[in-house]
Design a protein around this ligand. Structure first.
Ligand code: FAD
Length: 404
């Protein structure tokens, strides 16, 4: 396959699907002459996906969504191929319950969206095709497949390849009993976990860490495994942030800065950075002493926790994702790509210079959205998920793609 296009999209998980939704929205909302440009971008878009179907990993996590029903469908406009699906979703009584599982969100939203996008893109969606490297030159972006064959040549490229987790060097001596957040939250079979006596140690105190602890306590698949074991969370940052109202924060003695930590749009404290739903409820229960099975253990460095690591039967590393990028060269020179940007542009770490015509977002790529989705001033992390991707991140990238 050697196809020429204006833009290629690599990866069609949540981020890649959100990119296509945002582009469909742009076509619908824009006036001429921009409308034509968006339509031309959509018509010529080629999407490449390594898996046999689009959709990515979100629906595989065996936990509840941290997002509300209206947030999940907030990007699906009227009179687009997605509007009936949105209405059907919102009619399901279970989506309005306070908690809905991610596999259910996957079944009710992600899979049908992936199906619509599959038929929308038709032959322009290449499935079962892994991109192993990309070559960028001044006016051309080329993707290559697993036999180093040229796949697609385009003027612009958007990488939405998801994220990966790498074992922390300090955990190397305990690697046999260490699992990562992603696989742990996808596990459907506790017999795959190490069965010797000992505690369960969660490294990190992020949203994922509390989700992992929540799963151990509440998911029937894992609660028997966890029964009678100490669950210890190693906490480097003493401040656990919660997404909540200022009143809730005051009532629960949660520290925050009145100016920097409150979102001017929503009025919520730590709108972007804070724990939500199950993870938030669990933290409050631990803090109040109602949930005694989980203990937070402060640590300055992992080496401080050697005895806890030795005594653990299972270690769950929840320390974040790095973007899962193919090898990238610019004019023949390999680029070490900076995984943080303002507008989705990717740059070389060494020179700091943006790599021309190359953009990326999704798990592991840190973008702080603009405008209403910016959240609190103090927010400096990545914006993951179904709310900012199609509403704030992808639209900014699309507007750069249609510039000549
Ligand atoms: C535990 C956990 C819980 C979360 N819960 C929520 C939540 O409740 N609500 C929410 O909004 N967000 C949530 N998030 C965030 C959300 O899951 C992620 O931001 C989102 O799923 C990431 O989507 P993605 O498209 O970046 O990655 P993925 O879903 O991993 O998709 C990447 C896609 O790219 C393809 N791909 C990768 N490399 C290549 C290649 N070289 N060539 C071709 N194809 C390739 C893969 O096959 C895959 O389909 C959660 C994240 C985690 C870790």
């Amino acid at each position: 396959m050697n196809t020429i296009s204006h833009c290629q999209l690599i990866g069609t998980g949540t981020a890649g699907l959100c990119f296509v939704i945002a582009l469909v929205n742009k076509v619908k909302q824009a006036q001429e002459p921009k409308k034509l440009k968006y339509q031309a971008l959509l018509d010529s878009l080629i999407a490449i996906e390594g898996n046999h179907q689009p959709g990515g990993v979100l629906g595989n996590y065996q936990i509840n969504a941290n997002t509300d029903a209206d947030e999940i469908v907030s990007c699906l406009l009227d009179d687009t191929p997605f509007s009936n699906l949105r209405d059907y979703y919102l009619q399901q009584p279970e989506v309005h319950q306070p908690l809905i599982t991610l596999p259910k969100v996957g079944k009710l939203m992600l899979e049908p969206i992936a199906n619509i996008i599959t038929s929308l893109l038709g032959d322009n969606l290449l499935l079962d095709t892994e991109v192993t490297r990309v070559e960028i030159s001044k006016n051309e972006c080329k993707s290559y497949g697993s036999h180093d064959q040229l796949l697609v040549s385009s003027q612009k490229m958007v990488l939405c390849c998801g994220g990966k987790e790498e074992l922390l060097k300090d955990l190397l001596p305990w690697r046999q009993k260490t699992v990562f957040t992603g696989p742990f939250l996808q596990t459907k079979d506790a017999s795959l976990l190490p069965h010797q006596q000992g505690s369960i140690l969660i490294v990190g105190s992020s949203h994922s860490s509390f989700s992992a602890a929540w799963r151990l306590l509440n998911d029937p698949v894992l609660s028997l495994y966890a029964k009678g074991r100490d669950i210890i969370m190693l906490q480097r940052n003493p401040l656990v942030k919660l997404r909540c109202t200022p009143e809730f924060a005051h009532q629960n003695q949660l520290p925050f800065d009145d100016i920097d930590d409150v979102c001017p749009v929503s009025g919520l404290v730590y709108r972007n950075a804070g724990l939500r739903k199950d993870a938030k409820a669990l933290y409050i229960q631990i803090k109040k002493g109602i949930e005694k099975r989980v203990r937070l253990e402060p640590m300055a460095a992992i080496s401080d926790a050697k005895h806890l690591l030795d005594n653990a039967a299972l270690i769950i590393q929840c320390t974040g994702f790095r973007a899962n990028l193919p090898k990238i060269t610019l004019n023949g020179v390999t680029q070490k790509v900076r995984q943080r940007s303002n507008f989705g542009e990717l740059s070389d770490i060494k020179s700091g210079a943006a790599i021309p015509n190359l953009f990326g977002f999704g798990l592991g790529i840190q973008i702080i959205p603009e405008g209403d989705y910016r959240g609190e001033n103090s927010f400096n992390g990545s914006s993951d998920g179904v709310l900012p991707y199609p509403n704030a991140v992808a639209p900014v990238i699309i507007d750069q793609l249609i510039q000549d």
